[in-house]
Design a protein around this ligand. Structure first.
Ligand code: CTP
Length: 429
């Protein structure tokens, strides 16, 4: 999913309630405005995901959209009567388009057909969807879906550019096999991506314009062309941090060791393999950054020399001694460089993966590496550490310790970023 943000977001219709960046959809009033295209069937999944995230969903449909999937489906999924006709006095007195437009905190237009995009760009209000859109002051997120030639048509692109110029957000269509039997761009973005884009729009932007560097995953230190020294880090915590910082408006560089995680949306990802490569990438990105979060499990040692060819078992004998050289400590290097500049430089956050005496070791690392915050966890606990989706961490800084409750890594990421945001703001003043 490509995701472009409009330049001049319209003013929200009313004062925003406090929004938790870890769950920006919870409690949000969201209008799902459905245009008339074959992808309507996928919007049932969008509505289901929104309600599962505790959003309050009001569905509005064009007359054509109701011919693809009936309002009963959406009424059942949203728990609210679907609005389809501003000229039906019964409907409009019960749930008028102005009330719907006023109440909305976000309007998602999906599928946005070429025709609907054209009508939006022209400022028309000739059906339920366009009437709500013209009357609302909430941000609008458009998910286009159409034939590839309609998508590529200069008029469609011009209409979309018009929408972006007034602050409309766009979830770009994907490429693939289209319902019209063409292969190309025009397929509606995946429901999960549309919902993630909605969360992006609604999340508070308390890291707007801040430059955040995150490292993630293990390092692989080659022994020969087929073998390496590695570790069990899955990269999940670091990837969750990068995605969370991007959602909060930061410009994020993620330096990732070898893991299977896909690139998070809106994050510049650099893939590396060894500790030395990771150090070069992190140090380059750290120049001018506001915060560096070292979630990577950097290998402490590498083979003193890498064999040019595969080591043959028969030539090695029963016991093998492998000579190791210490890798640079990337985080300690950043801490020392900052101290040498009299403290000028980014907020520095380290992780401490421990198997006992978690807080004591974390406090020692805080001092030894000269950093602002250590996120410590006991990797032997079943709900923390490598390869699981939850984490149980203790935040250790100069002032004390805070044990966070066990939670999904994407939630823990936001609680860590709450601290980072405060530290960045404190350094800026
Ligand atoms: N780290 C680093 N460079 C290394 C090793 C670790 O930058 N060569 C960073 C990690 O990214 C993490 C922090 O230092 O943020 C602590 O890592 P950890 O492996 O827990 O600690 P070590 O410094 O390796 O100490 P020990 O092996 O004694 O636990």
């Amino acid at each position: 999913m490509e995701y472009s943000r409009g330049v001049a977001a319209p003013q929200a219709s009313r004062p925003r309630r406090p929004v938790d960046p870890a769950a920006p959809l919870a409690g949000a009033e969201i209008v799902v405005a459905i245009g008339g295209g074959i992808a309507v069937y996928k919007i049932a999944e969008v509505v289901r995901r929104l309600t599962k995230a505790d959003a309050k969903v009001q569905v509005v449909m064009t007359p054509r959209a109701t011919e693809f999937v009936g309002p009963t489906t959406f009424q059942t999924l949203s728990g609210r009567r679907v609005f389809t006709d501003p000229w039906d006095l019964g409907q409009d007195s019960e749930i008028g388009h102005i009330q719907i437009a006023d109440r909305a905190e976000l309007v998602i237009v999906a599928p946005a057909t070429a025709n609907l995009i054209a009508r939006m760009a022209a400022g028309m209000a000739d059906d339920a969807v366009t009437s709500v859109l013209l009357a609302t002051r909430a941000p609008v997120l458009v998910a286009p879906s159409m034939n590839v030639n309609m998508w590529n048509h200069p008029l469609t692109q011009k209409n979309l550019a018009t929408l972006v110029s007034i602050g409309t957000h766009v979830v770009e269509p994907g490429e693939g096999f289209l319902a019209c039997r063409w292969i190309g761009k025009g397929r509606l973005a995946e429901p999960a991506d549309i919902v993630e884009a909605a969360a992006h729009v609604l999340a508070p932007k308390d890291l707007a314009g801040r430059r955040v560097v995150v490292s993630a995953g293990p390092t692989y230190e080659p022994i020969d062309p087929v073998r390496f020294l590695g570790n069990r880090s899955s990269g999940k915590m670091g990837f969750a941090l990068a995605a969370a910082a991007a959602r909060r408006g930061a410009l994020v560089t993620l330096v990732a060791g070898p893991v299977a995680e896909p690139d998070p949306h809106g994050v510049a990802v650099q893939r590396v393999e060894t500790a030395v490569q990771l150090q070069a990438a992190v140090e380059a990105a750290a120049t001018g950054a506001d915060a560096v979060i070292m979630a990577a499990a950097v290998g402490d040692f590498r083979a003193a020399s890498e064999a040019a060819h595969k080591l043959k078992r028969g030539e090695l004998g029963a016991t093998v001694a492998l000579e190791l050289t210490a890798n640079p400590d990337v985080l300690a290097g950043l801490g020392a460089a900052r101290a040498a500049r009299g403290g000028a430089g980014p907020v520095l956050v380290g992780f401490a993966a421990e198997t006992r005496d978690v807080v004591r070791y974390a406090r020692a690392k805080l001092a030894a590496k000269g950093v602002d915050l250590i996120v410590a966890n006991d990797v032997t606990e079943p709900d923390a550490g490598f390869a699981v989706d939850t984490n149980r961490v203790v935040l250790v800084d100069a002032a004390g310790e805070e044990a966070l409750p066990v939670a999904p890594k994407r939630v823990v990421a936001h609680r860590i970023l709450d601290r980072v945001t405060a530290l960045v703001a404190a350094r800026a003043t």
